[in-house]
Design a binder for this molecule. Structure first.
Ligand code: BEZ
Length: 209
């Protein structure tokens, strides 16, 4: 069954390049990013896994635990890792799940049979500290993802969680944010003094925090 926003991220125990991992235990009280790639020893995936390794300090700064997955076995992930380091100039620094029986891929609906009946699509799940799924994204095998956009979305999600604000189109950290419609004008005055009303439903304020 498809995983929807607000659902609890299914727990699982998996073999990974970092040993056996129990997913919820691995996440602890942190945020998480679970992402799948279709196949080891393929070009787009090689670039994506290198880029995620490069961005790990940014994900650490946001307290996001990373974990990747494909239906290939862990032994293949380990052999491929040296190619990633050689070609992308960065070593894998997060666990990769081997899911040859596809149990996790199926639990997360990562196999879309009309696209490919055996390989996972490029899925991303951002999970909050309560283990709720807060963002999902699905790309096809031929399109590498933009992980800067995922970082930007995580910044937005974390602001929403901490301060009850929303972020407008193409928002970047540091830019003004939108006060949620659930916040009354009186509460907005107390929490966001000096906020601007463009329309009664469109109130903006400096990014808190
Ligand atoms: C790739 O990563 O390049 C790729 C993987 C599976 C199918 C097509 C492309």
């Amino acid at each position: 069954m498809a995983i929807r926003l607000g659902d609890t991220a299914p727990d699982f125990t998996a073999e990974t390049t970092h040993g056996t991992i129990r997913f919820h235990e691995y996440l602890g009280g942190s945020w998480g990013m679970l992402f799948s790639h279709p196949k080891d020893f393929t070009p787009v995936c090689t670039t994506e896994l290198g880029q995620v390794a490069r961005l790990k300090p940014e994900l650490d700064r946001r307290d996001v635990k990373i974990i990747g997955l494909s239906v290939d076995p862990v032994a293949d992930h380990r052999r491929w890792a040296s190619d990633i380091e050689e070609t992308q100039g960065v070593a894998l620094n997060y666990p990769l799940i081997g899911d040859p029986d596809r149990s996790i891929s199926e639990a997360y609906d990562m196999i879309h049979p009309n696209a490919n009946d055996t390989l996972t699509v490029r899925s991303v799940f951002v999970i909050d500290p309560d283990k709720k799924v807060r963002l999902t994204l699905t790309y096809p095998a031929t399109t590498g993802r933009n992980f800067d956009e995922i970082l930007r979305a995580i910044d937005s999600l974390q602001l929403a969680s901490r301060h009850g604000v929303a972020t407008p189109v193409d928002w970047r950290p540091g830019q003004d944010v939108i006060i949620a419609q659930s916040v009354s004008d009186q509460e907005a005055q107390e929490r966001f003094p000096g906020y601007r009303t463009i329309k009664p439903y469109l109130r903006v304020t400096k990014a808190p925090g």
